[in-house]
Ligand binder design. Structure first.
Ligand code: ADP
Ligand code: MG
Length: 252
């Protein structure tokens, strides 16, 4: 079954077109990688899927009865850097949409869900730690636990493994692979070994969006999307895409 259908979508910031005539469909329980150069529109596409940005044209059809279709892990986690909350409290915040804010009171059932989410991510032992005391890898796992605590059918992650050591990165991909058994996972990544071993399909985003089976991906295809030859370097054990430098547009 197709869980996401995107039709004729374009997205603008003022008079700048970030995405043009985008069409693709995503199968339930796909593990979709989103790749493309900086400024290509990856985060914009994610915001559109989440309903955080309204497309100027076209439609996004999310086919699920679940009342929280999405778990979301944002690109930059500045969250909690100077906000003294515990790991458990952070994970519980993923249940806030269910609660009538500001009358928030978490009950035993909520705590049970938080425990289960922390167990899935292997971070129960960090439960009472302040999140500003965690390593980058631990914090990412907390953010993923927070995104899945309400058990959404679709998990979306925007470059979740930047600034993380190679060992934690692999751990996180393996955890996502496990979560992918029950969820559709969509994730921005620059990691080419991930492309071959984890993703089932790829969305290549550079103003236009190309949807590929991973078997169709090769240097030539990548070069088309990135607009210049792709270089591989090693980062720990992981070959990594070196993205060609793009003109940075001004963010509003
Ligand atoms: P990516 O995530 O692939 O790096 P983005 O979706 O963040 O790309 O950005 C796509 C383009 O839209 C970039 O040129 C960026 O500068 C521009 N852009 C993104 N957000 C805004 C914004 N809020 N206002 C104006 N331009 C923006
Ligand atoms: Mg981005």
């Amino acid at each position: 079954m197709k869980i996401i259908k995107v039709k004729n979508v374009s997205a603008w910031y003022g008079d700048f077109c970030a995405l043009e005539n985008v069409n693709f469909e995503i199968e339930e329980k796909d593990f979709t990688g989103i790749i493309g150069p900086n400024g290509g529109g990856k985060s914009t596409l994610i915001k559109i899927l989440l309903g955080l940005k309204k497309p100027e044209t076209g439609t996004v059809d999310i086919r699920t009865d679940h009342k929280n279709p999405f778990g979301y892990v944002p690109q930059f986690t500045t969250f909690g850097k100077d906000f003294p909350v515990s790991v458990e409290e952070t994970v519980l915040m993923g249940l806030l949409t269910k609660k009538a804010f500001p009358y928030v009171r978490f009950n035993r059932q909520d705590q049970k869900l938080a425990c289960e989410a922390m167990a899935k991510l292997g971070i129960e032992h960090l439960k009472d730690r302040r999140i500003n005391s965690l390593s980058g890898g631990q914090l990412q796992k907390v953010m993923i636990a927070r995104a899945v605590v309400a058990d959404p059918p679709i998990l979306i992650l925007d470059e979740p493994v930047s600034n993380i050591d190679a060992k934690s990165e692999i751990e996180i991909y393996d955890l996502l692979k496990e979560l992918n058994k029950e969820k559709t996972v969509i994730m921005v990544s620059h990691n080419t070994s991930i492309i071959s071993s984890y993703f089932k399909t790829l969305l290549c985003v550079n103003k236009h969006v190309y949807h590929h089976d991973k078997s169709e991906m090769n240097g030539e295809e990548l070069e088309k999307v990135y607009g210049s030859p792709i270089e591989l370097i090693s980062h720990g054990n992981i070959p990594r895409l070196i993205l060609p430098k793009h003109e940075e547009h001004n963010h509003a």
